[in-house]
Write a protein that binds this ligand. Structure first.
Ligand SMILES: [Fe+2]
Length: 232
């Protein structure tokens, strides 16, 4: 059977070069892409990623004296394939800024303080329903260190390993009704409004459970017409 890899729909994916975002020229090809058949290992691997890597907890907000500063949130994220079927066993890596908008990373400057109780990263695996859950704190907005000083809205980065290497997805999740969403250069690098909407989580009406956390639901579609856009 011949494998069909659909062409990328440019309207549902971010522009490869985002003005004012200095990393994009380094992360994207300068020359036109060359079409080739995927290799067997690209279509069959990676095998058993969840077993080979160390999974790092579904709670990065901490408790008691070790509790991170910030608004507690609980993320419920489902990973789906192009037919809407859950993709279980997906290894998901996430990273985010702390509540003040600071990453624990040597490239982040000292515009905001680090939180000694918050590292801001996790590695999880989806269950049989394609679901993973994470207790964390809401990330803060942060300024991008360019001359015109724009700001990123609160967001969470995700890297997902689907069933095969070709379904790897690096993306971001945004929060609803954030004023900075409308001006964010990364989110708005996706031309299609419906595709942008697929990057924004949904706030669930508070019920008191989980305790003291706002619940956000989100879905990530690895491929197909409803695919979640990449976000560098
Ligand atoms: Fe970020």
């Amino acid at each position: 059977m011949k494998t069909v890899i659909e062409a990328r729909d440019e309207r549902t994916q971010p522009a490869r070069l985002v003005p004012g975002y200095p990393q994009t020229p380094l992360r994207n090809p300068r020359e036109p892409l060359v079409s080739r058949q995927p290799t067997l290992s690209e279509l069959t691997g990676p095998l058993e990623v969840a077993r080979r890597v160390k999974l790092l907890g579904g709670d990065i907000a901490g408790h008691g004296e070790k509790r991170a500063i910030g608004q507690l949130i609980h993320l419920r994220v489902r990973v789906l394939d192009e037919d809407g079927a859950p993709v279980g066993g997906t290894v998901v890596e996430m990273w985010q800024a702390n509540a003040a908008g600071r990453y624990i990373h040597p490239n982040d400057d000292d515009h905001a303080p680090p939180d000694p109780n918050f590292y801001g990263a996790a590695r999880l695996v989806t269950d049989g329903n394609g679901l993973f859950e994470l207790r964390t704190v809401k990330p803060g907005a942060y300024p991008v260190p360019t001359r015109d000083g724009w700001w990123r809205p609160p967001h969470v980065h995700f890297s997902l390993f689907g069933k095969v290497w070709l379904s790897r997805l690096v993306t971001q999740m945004y929060f609803p009704s954030e004023p900075l969403n409308a001006q964010d250069r990364i989110l708005n690098a996706v031309p299609d409004a419906a595709a942008r909407e697929r990057l924004v989580a949904r706030l669930i009406a508070p019920t008191g459970d989980p305790h003291n956390a706002l619940v956000f639901e989100h879905q990530i579609v690895l491929r197909g017409r409803e695919a979640t856009p990449e976000q560098p």
